[in-house]
Design a protein around this ligand. Structure first.
Ligand SMILES: [Zn+2]
Length: 339
């Protein structure tokens, strides 16, 4: 074994055998922002053979406070995140294999990417992609490690097909609007803590220490010094469409996922949220208040500016972003506001 892994091999639960497993493993990381850069660096240094990095965005100045692989020059040149990350990761370890995918990842694309992977890591910023990861994980029987952070709070859990409930089972217990880094801000330690919890779980899984995996969902707030560990095994439902007895994998059927479309001839992007996650006008008002944005509320809709665009959010959760023709931009704005 190489000298560079000597301290990790000295750690007895890993040892030489665990290191051999790690060095043969392939990991798919969805998202290459704050969590994706931190996790990929840790796993590259730990000796993972191959990392597939997927992200649709480019580096901006506001990323540099917490997205650890990026530089001012990357932001100046608006380098795609996966490209900038790969550049740095191969400097850290020259023999690592990095495959980059610069795209929005839907179920079809994820199914292709996940073939041959040992583990799926959540470093995304949105709910829609997490539901897709959840279905892919159960369909292909590969664990996925959920992680999210906002403000000073981090949350993480290892979803393991055949062992734990799935993300769908948790939906009724989760809020339909998540605070996001764009609405509530974030401090870098919350990122590092989340990424560390996810990376530790990844090393346990990849080194073959499956019994060491954490079985409770952990929420930790590094500013207010609180932590909550919740056992979620009771939430498992036999009728769950993903992990139940007759799975239909709803996120892999396009009609169930949040849909984004340009309305013909109207210069407007329409967003129809996933049906388990319809926004209410009260929730939209809460987000607007948090951002100090003025809005107009009628019995039927809320009108407000989202970035530079006039948006109408209807009672049934349907959302129109006017003055916009680019679906990807519409998708980005929607996830910025509502997670
Ligand atoms: Zn389930």
């Amino acid at each position: 074994m190489e000298e560079r892994y000597s301290r990790q091999i000295l750690f007895s639960p890993i040892a030489e055998e665990g290191q051999r497993h790690i060095s043969k493993s392939t990991v798919l990381i969805i998202g290459c922002g704050a969590l994706g850069t931190a996790i990929s660096e840790t796993l590259v240094r730990a000796g993972v053979k191959k990392i597939i990095l997927a992200d649709r965005d480019y580096v901006e100045a506001s990323n540099l406070q917490r997205q650890q692989l990026f530089t001012e020059e990357d932001a100046r040149q608006k380098i795609p995140k996966v490209i900038a990350a790969k550049r740095r990761l191969v400097e850290i370890r020259s023999n690592v294999e990095i495959e980059v995918v610069l795209d929005h990842i839907d179920g079809e694309k994820m199914a292709k990417l996940v073939k041959g992977c040992d583990l799926l890591l959540d470093a995304t910023d949105n709910f829609e992609t997490r539901l897709t990861m959840n279905d892919i994980a159960w369909k292909y029987k590969i664990p996925w490690i959920y992680g999210a952070c906002v403000g000073s709070t981090s949350i993480s859990f290892s979803f393991i097909p055949g062992k734990t409930p799935c993300f769908q089972c948790l939906l009724p217990a989760l809020p339909s609007v998540n605070e996001t880094c764009d609405t509530a801000g974030i401090i870098a330690p919350a990122v590092q803590i989340t990424a560390s919890h996810q990376s530790a779980e990844a090393l346990k899984w990849l080194s073959g220490n499956h019994d060491a995996m954490r079985t409770k969902m952990l929420t930790y707030d590094c500013w207010h010094n609180t932590s909550i560990e919740v056992g979620i095994s009771r939430l498992q439902k036999s009728t769950c469409p993903t992990c139940g007895e007759t799975p239909s994998y709803p996120a892999l059927n396009r009609e169930h996922e949040t849909s984004f479309a340009v309305l013909c001839g109207r210069n407007t992007v329409q967003v129809i949220p996933e049906k388990n996650r319809l926004l209410t006008l009260e929730e939209v008002a809460t987000v607007a208040n948090r951002l100090n944005k003025s809005y107009k509320k009628t019995p039927y809709f809320i009108e407000m500016m989202m970035n530079d665009y006039r948006a109408i959010i209807f009672k049934n959760g349907r959302l129109l972003i006017h003055g916009l023709k680019d679906v990807q931009e519409g998708r980005k704005i929607y996830h910025q506001y509502f997670g």
